[in-house]
Design a protein around this ligand. Structure first.
Ligand SMILES: Cc1cc2nc3c(=O)[nH]c(=O)nc-3n(C[C@H](O)[C@H](O)[C@H](O)COP(=O)(O)O)c2cc1C
Length: 241
């Protein structure tokens, strides 16, 4: 199976496309964005968003779908538009990688959009029963969460508590916005935020990350990792996935 087209992304970014009016300037170290998408109807916007990020920002984009998302959006369209295999809902091992680890380490930024009520709850509970959730748990990249919550569900204390928990745990919530309910045709206040709102939060979050001198922290962690690996192998311990 071919690897995602980082080379293609480099070629696009060499042209340094300017973001269109109304979209913020966002700097990503390696220009890599991973969408983790769950099963809200807003997932049908994903192909368009992928295209905007590839060609307006010059980024390399990959997508990981839950089972429900996989039923609502065309993975074939997403594969063509990202120029990369779509990840999830299965856990493929043919490529010779541990899928959640490879996917978790790849991006500079994870965008969980749309994030369903179910996804938000599982994420807040630290659950890992899908490739999408496990990747979010394992990544060191900043994670933005763009929820899409049915209006009445948002009245439930449990749902509000889960959203609060995510923020307390360091996830970056993108405020929901008004959206037309696919069911009633009325306007609901708890729709998935649009791409400009998501990118505005991304710009703010990544600016803060840059300022906290991530490179030095990462180099120290890599050195500690090397020492730990050598002693684990010497002690004959079994690997973990
Ligand atoms: C057409 C359609 C639209 C849906 N929209 C939403 C939504 O906006 N928000 C939500 O929380 N669930 C929505 N759901 C329900 C979720 O798909 C369902 O709760 C599912 O279990 C979520 O699984 P996932 O989080 O693993 O993707 C929708 C389902 C369908 C079929």
């Amino acid at each position: 199976m071919p690897e995602p087209q980082d080379e293609g992304a480099t070629r696009v970014s060499a042209e340094r496309p300017a973001p269109p009016r109304g979209l913020p300037r966002v700097t990503l170290e390696r220009g890599r964005v991973l969408f983790v998408s769950s099963g809200a109807i807003g997932v049908t916007a994903l192909p368009e968003w992928v295209l905007a990020l590839r060609f307006r920002y010059g980024w390399s984009v990959r997508v990981c779908l839950t089972h429900s998302a996989d039923r609502l959006v065309s993975r074939h369209a997403l594969a063509a538009l990202t120029q990369a295999p779509v990840e999830g809902p299965d856990w493929p091992t043919e490529r010779g990688v541990v899928p959640h680890q490879e996917l978790a380490e790849w991006p500079d930024l994870v965008i969980a959009a749309p994030a369903t009520t179910n996804f938000v709850a599982k994420c807040a509970a630290g659950m890992a029963d899908s490739l999408a959730l496990t990747t979010v748990l394992c990544t060191g990249a900043p994670v933005l969460i763009a929820p899409s919550i049915p209006e009445n569900a948002l009245l439930r204390p449990a749902v509000r508590r889960n959203l609060r928990l995510l923020e307390e745990d360091g996830y970056h919530l993108v405020p929901m916005g008004p959206a037309v309910s696919a069911h009633r045709g009325t306007v609901s206040p708890s729709g998935m935020p649009g791409l400009p709102a998501i990118l505005k939060v991304a710009a703010r979050v990544l600016e803060k990350t840059e300022k906290s001198d991530e490179t030095e922290k990462r180099e120290k962690a890599e050195q500690a990792e090397k020492t730990g690996r050598e002693s684990a192998i010497d002690a004959g311990r079994q690997p973990v996935g």
